[in-house]
Design a protein around this ligand. Structure first.
Ligand code: ADE
Ligand code: ZN
Ligand code: ZN
Length: 271
């Protein structure tokens, strides 16, 4: 009995900090929205690099890969921590990297004419994933509670942590949709809205915007919060918005990298 309990609490600790990104739904939806806004020239290069697969196929790949020895170096690339008494600029930098610098380094590989095809394929898989993660509010969370992994809440009466709520429980409660249905329902914007979303077009710009949402989440979800229907209703529009922003910005980034004729974002804005 005692052994069983030790095993159970060990498993709980493991699962409590294993949250590496939006859950599958967030990454698949982000990648699928992006796919729908790639120019034909970009789509051809992207699918070529991915051996004919679509961005969705690899959207969640890094969350598994970072747990393997081969890609363990990317463990801290999924997030950037900013504590309550710090600002985006003053937060200390991890030597192992963070999501902002990782996106820059992987984009640089995609733009490097000396990089090999294998290097570019890996960088592309990373970028597809990380542009999703940088829109997950708890991926800009405090270092002191591991991005909300140690902020304990009740989710419809069950023990949960704030990070995992935002990775997957909340999106899954928001809508019982497949990623294609998510895209059909939320990828509906006016040209003006697309201009506004794409006006922030740097990793630090995306991260700062997400961090503002994160601060709001912390304020409204203190330790011990009992999360129920009202919380889902309040935050569902934010989840939708973050999936959509990630998708459109990923498409814009990939078009800028791969399509020499992609100018002024017109292909996305006027679609
Ligand atoms: N996932 C694992 N550790 C994390 C952290 N410190 N911040 C955000 N997400 C994480
Ligand atoms: Zn991740
Ligand atoms: Zn996560």
């Amino acid at each position: 009995m005692l052994n069983k309990n030790i095993l159970a609490s060990g498993l709980m600790i493991l699962s409590a900090t294993s949250a590496f990104g939006w859950g599958q739904k967030g990454h698949d939806t982000t990648a699928y929205i992006a796919e729908n806004h790639l120019t034909p020239a970009t789509k051809e290069i992207v699918e070529g690099l991915l051996d004919g697969k679509s961005p969705v196929y690899y959207a969640n790949w890094l969350d598994n890969a970072s747990h393997t020895p081969e890609y363990a170096y990317s463990k801290t690339w999924h997030y950037k921590n900013i504590d309550g008494d710090q600002t985006f600029e003053s937060a200390p930098l991890l030597e192992s990297g963070d999501i902002v610098r990782a996106i820059y380094s992987q984009v640089a590989i995609l733009q490097d004419s000396n990089a090999t095809r294998d290097q570019k394929q890996l960088a592309l898989k990373m970028v597809i994933h990380l542009v999703g993660d940088i829109h997950q509010p708890m991926h800009l969370g405090h270092a002191s509670d591991l991005g909300g992994n140690r902020c304990m809440v009740k989710y419809f009466g069950k023990d949960a942590n704030l990070h995992s709520v935002w990775d997957s429980s909340l999106p899954e409660s928001a809508h019982k949709w497949s990623y294609t249905e998510w895209q059909q329902q939320i990828d509906r914007t006016t040209p003006e809205q697309r201009v506004e979303i794409l006006s922030i077009n740097t990793p630090e710009g995306w991260a700062s915007e997400t961090y503002e949402i994160c601060k709001d989440v912390y304020t409204k979800t203190p330790d011990g919060t009992k999360i129920s229907y009202d919380y889902i209703a309040e935050w569902t529009p934010v989840v939708e918005q973050q999936f959509l922003k990630g998708g459109l910005r990923l498409a814009d980034l990939l078009n800028s990298i791969f399509d020499v004729e992609y100018q002024g974002r017109n292909a996305i804005v006027n679609k």
